[in-house]
Write a protein that binds this ligand. Sequence first.
Ligand SMILES: Cc1cc2nc3c(=O)[nH]c(=O)nc-3n(C[C@H](O)[C@H](O)[C@H](O)COP(=O)(O)OP(=O)(O)OC[C@H]3O[C@@H](n4cnc5c(N)ncnc54)[C@H](O)[C@@H]3O)c2cc1C
Length: 292
Amino acid sequence: MEKIMMMASGFAMKDVSSSIPHAELLGVLVTIISVSIALAYHYSKTKPKRCIDPEKFQEFKLVKKTAVSHNVARFRFALPTAKSVLGLPVGNHIVCRGKDAEGQEVTKPYTPITLDSDFGHFELVVKMYPHGRMSHHFREMHEGDSLAVKGPTGRFVYKPGQVRAFGMIAGGSGITPMFQVTRAILENPKDKTNLSLIYANTTFQDILLKEELDGFARKFPSRFNVYYVLSQPPAEGWNGGVGRITKDMIRSYCPAPASDIQVLRCGPSGMNKAMAAHLNELGYTADMQFKF
Ligand SMILES: Cc1cc2nc3c(=O)[nH]c(=O)nc-3n(C[C@H](O)[C@H](O)[C@H](O)COP(=O)(O)OP(=O)(O)OC[C@H]3O[C@@H](n4cnc5c(N)ncnc54)[C@H](O)[C@@H]3O)c2cc1C
């Protein structure tokens, strides 16, 4: 009986002593939950808000227009606050609406060269063709004017590590999606994807974002390389490719066909068709190719 009494009192002692840690644990849990709720609230209040809508055009003010060449300009548009981000997944683009020379409405896709790590503004590099309908709208835009934009849109969304290496083939203003993906990869220290770009233009002056691309090649020599191709190269001192992009250039500069690589391309329709034919002949399957 005495033994039973001792055992019972032992249990009672254990119950009391274990109830104290339970109470403490509860207190800690309540604190953690309260802090989490407060942090989540704070995060939702301070998290940069997406500024574009896929269904509805919104107006963004042009705050800076900088001529890059005779037919290319860089356009900086303000977002609603200094902390706002556009809200564009890497690899997607926006749709811009304007008026052509006849006053008819026109909409065309453009890829910002800025990312959601850039706050308060977004930038477009636009090539304006002499008879281009949307080109007319951009040519006529002045600082202080607004541009109607909706998005995001597009079939390509980059996720870090989705491939081991990208080959990229761009022509003229087709560089902008490549530039966006390249920036996102190289500015993410955790992303180890390799990039090889072949970039075709007519003349040396037509090469867009050259300073930035060369900067990437200098900073990341083992991960990013760019091979420029010109159909009308300078008379002297040109050591890039000449003419059109050939199968041999793709073989030399792009990653070889493999299940963990992809070749992205963007350019005028004639070039896109020619590149698709080259890539098919070199053994790149449909899964290994993507056209923006
Ligand atoms: C996903 C995507 C992203 C894009 N991003 C950008 C971007 O960031 N910056 C940019 O400048 N453009 C970009 N473009 C191209 C852009 O959408 C327009 O096609 C381009 O601005 C011409 O439109 P436009 O209405 O002025 O010309 P249009 O009225 O369609 O064409 C008129 C004439 O212009 C010439 N032309 C038009 N497009 C080309 C071309 N690509 N190559 C050669 N000649 C041409 C042709 O002579 C054509 O007959 C992108 C296209 C796509 C599909």
